[in-house]
Design a protein around this ligand. Structure first.
Ligand code: FES
Ligand code: FES
Length: 153
């Protein structure tokens, strides 16, 4: 079946079954491999994308429910004002260790700042709780979010 998916501002028509997760389409069909597969069951956050501006786990998002909505991936998040600040703060604070979880971390952090421009530690912890980092970069993530929020980047 054919579905129209708008990804990073470009419309793509894909011919797949309706229950295919958007993560597979991004990675295997559109070759946008910045979005990662971690758990496949919405428990780690590695696959986070924005759908109509909200952070969503693309491993459980079906193509039929995403059709016609605005999807943004890590490849285009720097085109948003908050996303560019978050990415710069990540670099400045040298947040990344192995890197595997970090696309999802950046997508969730950007969504947080778009909704809450100056989050408290508790609001950061609450928003980021679903994004797991096996390297334990949580302290640097929090610092980078505060830095991005302060516009000091
Ligand atoms: S791969 Fe989607 S939340 Fe883990
Ligand atoms: S940087 Fe390695 S899992 Fe987060």
């Amino acid at each position: 079946m054919k579905f129209d998916l708008k990804v990073n501002g470009t419309l793509h028509t894909v011919d797949v079954t309706g229950d295919m997760p958007v993560l597979w389409i991004l990675r295997d069909i559109l070759h946008l491999t910045g979005t990662k597969y971690g758990c496949g069951v919405a428990q780690c956050g590695a696959c986070t994308v924005h759908v109509d501006g909200q952070p969503v786990r693309s491993c459980l998002l079906t193509v039929q429910s995403a059709a016609g909505r605005d999807i943004t991936t890590i490849e285009a998040i720097n085109q948003t004002e908050a996303g560019a600040r978050v990415q710069q703060a990540w670099l400045d604070e040298e947040v990344i260790q192995c890197g595997y979880c970090q696309s999802g971390q950046i997508m969730t952090a950007t969504a947080l700042l778009q909704k809450t421009p100056h989050p408290s530690d508790a609001e950061i912890d609450d928003a980021m709780a679903g994004n797991i980092c096996r390297c334990g970069t949580y302290v640097r993530i929090r610092k980078a979010i505060h830095k991005a929020a302060s516009h000091d980047v």
